[in-house]
Ligand binder design. Structure first.
Ligand code: NAD
Length: 352
């Protein structure tokens, strides 16, 4: 049954398909810009340099110091490089870390951004920036943060290692799972969520066997676009709060933490949001928590927080932090129930 809703659409231009990376130069011109600073992590520096060569005179240089959690110190160095190079726009080539750096610069100077997305995390289609300073991670939401152009070229994801493809894909699915029961969901965000999860489910099954399968890579990127768009449109709940806590306070890795937590947080909300979750549960054999757990296991995903280095003695603190500030969730966020959820996720046992 459709009831009332508010749907705020994020503006953005999406170029999707094999070979679309060749359009970076024409997209810079289309934005009316002349000199792009190309951003990457140190790991993808060679790719960024190749891209800078490809766009020729429109490249102002390469800044390849992007790092996880967008440290403000790195952003300030990148802004100095932007000024020194006389740049007037940004091209971010990479996953959430590099995209975060581009967003952090654009939030400060409103430079237009072109993102060439190479993971499934989904940051490229959200107006959200998470950044860290003095060990504290804060989140801002602002129209200036949303990239103007996103290029999804699946040929650039063929080399994404299988383990990262799996955890990044589950990270994307988490946006969709929380999206279907979001308080501010709308019919379009729910359609995107279900088709995004379906596309990623089918694609990841192929990718773990044949990472070079371009059709599966294309479907996975399509799914990640849809799931990221859900994240950019509606509010998130318990799952994202738990992952934010585990990443921010215990330094657990982003995608792996999402991958481990998803079956447990989905199971926590399974009954309270049974109607909304049903189309997703149907994609995993009828049970959202157990089904996602079996799916993750079949892909060889990490299943236990203890394998990420979290100590059992830290679970009490994690539960306390995750319930400290009230936020909306379909089921009441109760400390003891959250502590029990964390215990199962720590041990890696199948959720009920
Ligand atoms: P990442 O960007 O940190 O990438 C991990 C590593 O993989 C890096 O070394 C990167 O260079 C490399 N890599 C990326 N693409 C590759 C490819 N195709 N082939 C080979 N190597 C590749 O990982 P991520 O999971 O995409 O991003 C995580 C970060 O993004 C976190 O800080 C998270 O908070 C943030 N994030 C933000 C949002 C948002 O909306 N603001 C959404 C999702 C994630």
């Amino acid at each position: 049954m459709t009831t009332g809703f508010t749907y705020e659409i994020n503006p953005g231009r999406i170029l999707f398909g094999p070979g679309t990376v060749d359009a970076v130069a024409s997209e810079i011109e289309r934005l009316g810009a002349k000199r792009a600073l190309v951003l990457s992590t140190p790991f993808q520096r060679a790719d960024a340099q190749r891209l800078a060569e490809q766009i020729g005179a429109l490249a102002a240089g390469v800044f390849s110091e992007a790092a996880m959690h967008t440290p403000v110190a790195v952003t300030l160095r990148a802004m100095a490089a932007f000024e020194a190079a006389g740049a007037d726009c940004l091209v971010a080539l990479g996953g959430g870390s590099t995209i975060g750096l581009g967003k952090a610069i654009a939030w400060r100077n409103d430079a237009p951004q072109i993102v060439v997305a190479t993971t499934y995390a989904g940051s490229e289609v959200t107006p959200i920036l998470g950044q860290t300073e003095d060990g504290v991670k804060t989140t801002v939401r602002d129209r200036k943060i949303l990239p103007e152009v996103v290029i999804y070229d699946p040929t650039l994801t063929v080399g994404l290692p299988v383990a990262m493809s799996v955890t990044s894909g589950l990270n994307a699915m988490a946006h969709a799972v929380e999206g279907v029961y979001a308080k501010d969901r709308n019919p379009v965000s729910s359609l995107m969520a279900v088709d995004g999860v379906r596309a990623l489910r089918d694609a990841l099954r192929v990718i773990v066997k044949d990472p070079g399968d371009l059709r599966a890579r294309t479907d996975a990127l399509y799914g990640s676009w849809l799931c990221g768009s859900v994240l950019g449109t509606v509010g998130m709940s318990l799952h994202h709060k738990l992952c934010h806590t585990l990443g921010g306070s215990f330094d657990l890795p982003h995608a792996e933490t999402h991958a481990i937590m998803l079956p447990h947080s989905a199971a926590y909300n399974a009954q309270a949001a049974a109607v909304e979750l049903q189309p997703l549960a149907d994609l995993f054999g009828g049970s959202i928590g157990g089904g996602l757990y079996e799916f993750a296991r079949s892909l060889g995903a990490p299943l236990a927080l203890r394998d990420l280095g979290l100590r059992e003695s830290q679970l009490d603190l994690a539960a306390g932090l995750a319930v400290k500030n009230p936020y909306w969730n379909p089921r009441a966020v109760e400390r003891d129930a959250v502590r029990a959820l964390l215990q199962r996720a720590w041990e890696g046992t199948r959720p009920e």
